[in-house]
Design a protein around this ligand. Structure first.
Ligand SMILES: NC(=O)c1ccc[n+]([C@@H]2O[C@H](COP(=O)([O-])OP(=O)(O)OC[C@H]3O[C@@H](n4cnc5c(N)ncnc54)[C@H](O)[C@@H]3O)[C@@H](O)[C@H]2O)c1
Length: 282
């Protein structure tokens, strides 16, 4: 019998996780707070499957079968028979803690409760439940169908069994896992990109090199697909600033202290591609 996955949040990440999971044979229940959000999520999934079909990377019949494995609901009670629940709602700790407190009451005893948070310590989310040993981080990357990584994050009380089940789930949907053994803010990936962006922004701020040259140095010198300042513009300067400030607050490590110029960019609305101006004009 197919395993059952519940995905909470039908935004960019939740719908991507639902998409790859249904394609891998999971029965997926996608939950959001409104029918409009659910329709946006499933429309995005359909469009993405269509693209894979038109490029010859997915058979039309397989896309149709995968879509048929996805059901939608606004009712959180529907998590009751899920083997794995992945939460992918806004990056707000209060919202996530509220959801996990509800999941604790509604999900089956055997369920793995996973969060797709990109930076919030899993232990803080798990503490909203009475089963922190069943809570784990499964950090997927955007766009989920294209990006091969899943960062598995062990909270302070996550059990070996939960971590192993989370790995089984992520590998079953085609991802390669790395394990974060200690629950530090920003995990491994967000810490690495934050440190690089902070240093790049400082070099830029102090006039050591232009944005173009800093990014070219990383692309041609290190083989990075994209330079750190172009990455900040793509992700959102505000998003990276927020992540970096969180890591700095938790770690008190000066290398994560963002330069003031990055704060002023955000104050002025220069957020990157989404606003038309960031480190580059778009
Ligand atoms: N966007 C990225 O590149 C990226 C990458 C890795 C991880 N993440 C993390 O994934 C999570 C989701 O990010 P996103 O970009 O998909 O956000 P998003 O804004 O696209 O989607 C969030 C969705 O959550 C829904 N939601 C809010 N409260 C809810 C609730 N109580 N129950 C059900 N649904 C609810 C919203 O309606 C929305 O559809 C965040 O924690 C984010 O940090 C994002």
């Amino acid at each position: 019998m197919a395993k059952k996955l519940a995905v909470i949040g039908a935004g960019l990440m939740g719908s991507g996780i639902a998409q790859v999971s249904a394609q891998a044979g999971w029965d997926v229940m996608l939950r959001d707070v409104t029918d409009e959000a659910l329709a946006r999520g499933t429309d995005g999934i359909k469009t993405s499957y269509d693209k894979f079909v038109s490029k010859g990377k997915l058979a039309a019949a397989d896309a149709e079968a995968a879509l048929a494995r996805i059901t939608t609901t606004t009712d959180l009670d529907a998590v009751a028979d899920a083997d794995v629940v992945v939460e992918a709602v806004f990056e707000k700790i209060e919202v996530k803690r509220e959801i996990f407190a509800a999941l604790d009451k509604l999900a089956g005893e055997h369920a793995v409760l996973a969060s797709n948070t990109s930076a919030i310590p899993i232990t803080k989310i798990a503490a909203a439940t009475e089963r922190p040993e069943r809570v784990v981080g499964t950090h997927f990357f955007s766009p989920v169908p294209m990006m091969a990584l899943c960062e598995l994050v062990r909270g302070h009380k996550t059990s070996d069994e939960t971590l192993a089940l989370a790995r089984e789930f992520a590998e079953s949907v085609g991802k390669t896992c790395v394990v974060v053994n200690r629950d530090v803010a920003g995990f491994v990936t967000t810490r690495l990109i934050s440190a690089l962006v902070v240093e790049a922004a400082k070099l830029h701020e102090s006039g050591v090199a232009s944005a173009e040259d800093i990014d070219t140095a990383c692309r041609l010198g290190f083989g990075h697909a994209m330079g750190p300042l172009a990455t900040a513009d793509l992700t959102g300067v505000d998003i990276l600033l927020h992540a970096t400030e969180n890591i700095y607050t938790e770690s008190r490590d000066g290398k994560f202290a963002p330069p003031e110029s990055m704060r002023r960019m955000v104050d002025a609305g220069d957020l990157g591609r989404k606003s038309g101006q960031g480190f580059y004009e778009h």
